[in-house]
Design a binder for this molecule. Sequence first.
Ligand SMILES: Nc1ncnc2c1ncn2[C@@H]1O[C@H](COP(=O)(O)OP(=O)(O)O)[C@@H](O)[C@H]1O
Ligand SMILES: [Mg+2]
Length: 367
Amino acid sequence: MRVSRKNLLAILGLVMVPLILLSAALIIMAKDREGSAVAPCIFLIGLSVVELLVGSLALLRWQRDHLSRPFKQLQQAAGEIRDGNLDHELDEAEEDEFRRLFESFEEMRLRLKNSAEEQLRTEQDGKILLANISHDLKTPITAIKGYVEGLRDGVASTPEKQARYLSTIYSKAEEMEKLVDQLYFYTLVESGRIPYHFIRIPAHAYFSDCRWELKEELDAQDMVTRYENRVPEDVMIAVDPEQLHRVVSNVVSNAVKYRDRSKEKNMIGFRIYMEGKTIVTEIEDNGVGIAPEDLPHVFDRFYRADTARSASTGGNGIGLSIVQKIMEDHGGRAVLTSVKGEGSCMRLELPVYEENDNEPDTDRGRR
Ligand SMILES: Nc1ncnc2c1ncn2[C@@H]1O[C@H](COP(=O)(O)OP(=O)(O)O)[C@@H](O)[C@H]1O
Ligand SMILES: [Mg+2]
């Protein structure tokens, strides 16, 4: 424990004063040849003993008060935390010895407070998501019921009409499947249990496959696709193909969802290239774009820009938070740039896998 200057002075005073008095008594005695100074010497010795006694008592008392005040403050603060009040702030300790302890206590309180708030936020977010998804599920369910009734009651009288009804039912069921999948995946993200299975694969071929898998959906939406893959064929990445596909398809579905219908052509461009030891995948669109005030928040859970909320596009604002989480778990990152009215560009960065890297840890995501 550090001794404060005040304490040092008090201790010095307590020791020095009797020492000086005793020394004075000794000097007087040494010089005294006639024995006439015995009485003053005894007085000085007595005085130093009394000073020592009184001083020690005073020091003990001062020390007790000095210690008991911060202890009382700490006791009260701990009691507040026990009773669930995480807002009770400890004043800064006046005594040097307690400053560090008070600071650590405050840090502990703030951490507890943050984690309690985070837990509350997560619970609320979960409830919002559940409410949104339950609401979004109602639309396809109502549609499916309507079309099934149409089939049952013979409204779809011709084979063509029946086929159309069936295909609508199928696409509505797919819509529901996507929603349920999103909800399920969100619970995995929240509990930190994304089931990753990392493997080594060639980057060029992976993104090329991705592009073909998405082609049908993009063509169906009348999106003009541009694709450029400049990564050499032997460059490897260590990824979970399924989860990385989730990233790409989330970004692509945003490009489709937030396209600018006033434009003659809606485009989506894929550019995959290397930048040092990083594989960069840029997915660019010429959609409605994002306002500068919304851009810093789009990766936040449940954040949807005004334009997205007002347009009836569907969605719950978790897509990009999942994108970011998966990219980070792959040792990479996702960066979005956008100009309102012109379009957006998502930049996905992944580290190149090198021979001397550790074998990909298949269960990296299970934490
Ligand atoms: N390509 C894009 N063009 C325009 N806005 C976008 C684009 N991608 C994302 N956004 C904005 O970011 C928000 C968050 O995206 P996301 O997390 O995928 O949620 P959701 O798609 O469910 O709304 C969207 O609501 C939208 O406002
Ligand atoms: Mg989305």
